[in-house]
Design a protein around this ligand. Structure first.
Ligand code: SAM
Length: 423
């Protein structure tokens, strides 16, 4: 190949094996930006740009992972701490029916009812609900309980010792309902919370109420069709009388980025709808104006770094989430409950503003049709709190796979028993 410094769009199309139209679209979307020939204004590309993309393509493998599976029968879930329904939507997409959902926040409950008028939303503090009416009626209990410390000294923690915590309420519901499988979702920090004692306590309680917990894995949302670097753990409890192995959903090879979230492409069939969003205060905007896409506080002039970071400037550590502007070609950093919060700015790549409500929802892979109720800040909170829907769907598939194996085994042994009766 003749090595030149610049290539025309036709040449690049040939080298990459893509059409000129695709290259024009990538340019418009900011995925692969062309330069302009000064007089003709034609698109041209630098040799280094083309080589970098070629390298990326050579490492790119087709996504061969498909976790989807069809349920053998209708499986039902009791979803606790349901929020605005991120996990519930994902489970529904995997074919699981939401039998009932509990949530204390009135705006989140309104969101659930607005979007799914036929869901049975149990609004109120989990402590005030008796779940025995779901005993042996649902196969699954799920819940993203908020993480709290237990105050106990030394010995193995029992259910009663955890009274007063929300994990106690989750475990109580599991005990009352007696599902085949229960899933507790939480932040990765639970692994090291109180030097691991909090998690140990949870495992011993689940053991006491009759559930073995599958070895814990950190699930990276980016591996499950989510354009965001969010990490979560799930505690998968299997009822002790069941000898079926649970397998985590397999990670996908394709990684989606911000452009996939906000623009028409594989994840969504149109650009993100316009919506309301919060703004940065003037001072913060002036500072973030100085940060390029994929940049953060270190890209600021040193005096502004000191002024903006205050004490944190001298404390060390990367703090790569502070004064951060996300780039189109990378997944977003983890979204929080409030988009303009200090230390966790995730600025839009082209405009100096936080993501709008609908952009936030897309990064969490909510469908565009899913409405959020309450003030703008209530909506951000519901979205930021959620399990990304696509991650929920992949977890759902893993549950369906597990239950399919369970019922095939049960049906087989029932068939052989009735056959034995006939013989
Ligand atoms: C991490 S969020 C769950 C997000 C949800 N799983 C989703 O995917 O959208 C935890 C939820 O627990 C709810 N919560 C907190 N305390 C509660 C209580 N005492 N009873 C019921 N829900 C509670 C919060 O309002 C919040 O919506």
């Amino acid at each position: 190949m003749v090595m030149k410094d610049y290539y025309s769009i036709s040449e690049v199309a040939k080298i990459l094996g893509k059409s000129k139209e695709t290259l024009r679209r990538w340019d418009r979307d900011g995925k692969f930006i062309a330069l302009r020939e000064p007089i003709s204004e034609y698109r041209i590309y630098k040799k280094e740009q083309v080589n970098a993309l070629l390298e990326l393509f050579s490492g790119e493998t087709e996504d061969t992972i498909n976790n989807s599976v069809t349920p053998l029968k209708e499986y039902k879930v009791l979803e606790l701490f349901a929020g605005a329904g991120g996990l519930a939507i994902g489970l529904e997409k995997s074919g699981i029916k939401c039998e009932a959902l509990n949530e204390i926040d009135k705006w989140a409950c309104q969101t659930l009812r607005e979007n799914r008028p036929n869901w049975n939303v149990l609004e109120g503090d989990i402590r005030s609900f008796d779940f025995t009416k779901y005993a042996n009626k649902v196969e699954i209990v799920t819940g993203g309980f908020p993480c709290q410390a237990f105050s106990y000294a030394g010995k193995k923690l029992g259910l009663e010792d955890a009274r007063g915590t929300l994990f106690y309420e989750f475990a109580r519901a599991v005990k009352e309902v007696n599902p085949l499988i229960c899933i507790g979702e939480n932040v990765k920090g639970l692994l090291s919370h109180e030097k691991g004692k909090t998690l140990d306590g949870m495992l011993s309680i689940l053991d006491e109420i009759g559930y073995n917990v599958v070895p814990i894995q950190v699930l990276k949302a980016v591996n499950y069709r989510v354009p965001q670097k969010r990490e979560r753990i799930i505690l998968v409890g299997i009822r002790k009388d069941i000898e079926i192995k649970y397998e985590y959903p397999k990670p996908h090879q394709t990684i989606y980025n911000l452009s996939d979230a906000l623009k028409k492409g594989e994840l969504y069939n149109c650009d993100v709808p316009k919506s309301e969003g919060s703004k940065y205060p003037q001072h913060k905007k002036e500072i973030l104006d100085l940060v390029p896409p994929k940049g953060y506080w270190r890209n600021l002039p040193i005096e502004i770094q000191k002024e903006y970071m205050g004490k944190s400037f001298y404390l060390g550590g990367g703090k790569t989430g502070m004064a951060r502007r996300i780039g189109w070609d990378e997944p977003s950093l983890t979204l929080t409950c409030s988009p303009a919060q200090k230390q966790t700015e995730r600025c839009h790549p082209d405009e100096t503003r936080p993501f709008t409500v609908r952009e936030y929802a897309r990064i969490q892979t909510f469908p565009d049709e899913w409405k959020f109720m309450g003030s703008i800040s209530q909506q951000y909170k519901q979205i930021g709190n959620a399990v990304p829907c696509n991650l929920g769907q992949e977890i759902g598939y893993s549950i369906v796979k597990f239950l399919n194996k369970y019922y095939s085994k049960v049906n087989k042994s029932e068939a052989s028993i009735s056959l034995a009766k006939v013989v």
